[in-house]
Ligand binder design. Structure first.
Ligand code: NAP
Length: 321
């Protein structure tokens, strides 16, 4: 019989690790399955691992770097006894409690762990353009993470694709290194917040290519440029960039729960309004995996706290019964 835990937390961004801090302090000995790095855009610690300055997380008046903030979350959770394993969950079985959680071979008859309650905090991931050779060029001029890779592009001309807060944040950060940053946006209006727009418009190193999409990556071993097309005129041209950052949004990490948990149309997990409870008793969804609206580190952390408190109450009732 595999180990039965009170609570397993899947995911280790602000939501998962806040849930770990709270459940650890409630003596529930949480096990956090934090994920495994599989690419620059997919690593434990969530999206803040791919973020530079975090200026809006309360408690850090001077701001803090995303990876440093996540390291603090992690150390705080471990200080209270949370066990953190760097493994990827391959399957869950939510058909009956205690719920099964597999690490490694998903076809194995026995789950690796069982838990009376699960806190799901598998976040969301970068969306890619889906062009030819995209995967092979990642790490060779193409990136989704300015924090990880910006340093390698000192004095380069860099493109950033997207018109939301992420694109503008990346562009502003990259302008510290780059000779020039061109933001390629498919419309002539940005989706980003006013403050981010003002920063980008006032940054002399940033320019915009409006109504434009990238159609092809140029260069053999590494990126040497991109082909672009103006969507209004159909005119094509080449932009001689040696670095490009894709910042066009995120996809929730919900594959593991398909057919087992209720989801919204856009694939984010559905919860009871204002709560973290899913449609399966004892299974709670926290952070960006369920949040298609706020998507902030602080709201994810708050949601992780809510999930932990709900799990705690659920377990109390279960043990009383
Ligand atoms: P987003 O707001 O969804 O913006 C995605 C951008 O990419 C949009 O401009 C979209 O164009 C464009 N896009 C989408 N698919 C595309 C494609 N296939 N080809 C070309 N362009 C494409 O995503 P986000 O910028 O990642 O932000 C997500 C959420 O996080 C937002 O709520 C944002 O406010 C928040 N956020 C906040 C901060 C901060 O406050 N510091 C930083 C980052 C993110 P259209 O505009 O034409 O749809």
């Amino acid at each position: 019989m595999s180990d039965v835990r009170d609570v397993i937390i899947i995911g280790s961004g602000p939501a998962g690790l806040t849930a770990a801090i709270y459940t650890a302090r409630a003596n529930l000995a949480p096990l956090v399955l934090e994920g495994e790095p599989s690419s620059t855009s997919d690593q434990p610690g969530g999206q803040l691992m791919l973020t530079t300055d975090v200026e809006n997380f309360p408690g850090f008046p001077e701001g803090i770097m995303g990876p440093e903030l996540m390291m603090n979350f992690r150390m705080q959770a471990e200080r209270f006894g949370a066990e953190i394993q760097t493994v990827k969950v391959s399957r869950v079985d939510l058909s009956a409690a205690p719920y099964g959680v597999w690490v490694g071979d998903p076809d194995s008859a026995e789950p690796t762990y069982r838990a009376h309650s699960l806190i799901i905090a598998t976040g969301a991931q970068s969306i890619m353009l889906g062009l030819d050779r995209e995967t092979e060029l990642i790490g060779h001029g193409l990136s989704t993470c300015a924090t990880c890779d910006g340093f390698f592009f000192r004095d380069h001309h860099i493109a950033v694709v997207g018109g939301g807060d992420s694109a503008l944040e990346e562009a502003n950060f990259l302008s510290r290194f780059a000779e020039k940053v061109t933001i390629i946006h498919r419309r002539d209006e940005l989706r980003a917040s006013k403050i981010m727009q003002d920063r980008a418009f006032n940054n002399p190193k940033i320019e915009f290519l409006w109504d434009t999409v990238v159609t092809e990556y140029l260069g053999d071993q590494s990126l040497a440029g991109v082909k672009v097309e103006n969507v209004k005129t159909g005119e094509t041209s080449e932009l001689p960039v040696t670095g490009m950052f894709i910042a066009i949004g995120h996809r929730p990490g919900t594959d593991l729960y398909k057919g087992q948990l209720a989801m919204k149309e856009n694939g984010y997990l559905e919860t009871v309004p204002g709560r973290t409870a899913t449609d399966v008793a004892g299974v709670f969804a926290v952070g960006d995996v369920t949040d298609d609206y706020y998507r902030q580190a602080i709201t994810a952390a708050g949601s992780g706290c809510q999930g932990a408190l709900e799990a705690e109450r659920y377990l109390e009732a279960l043990h009383d019964a």
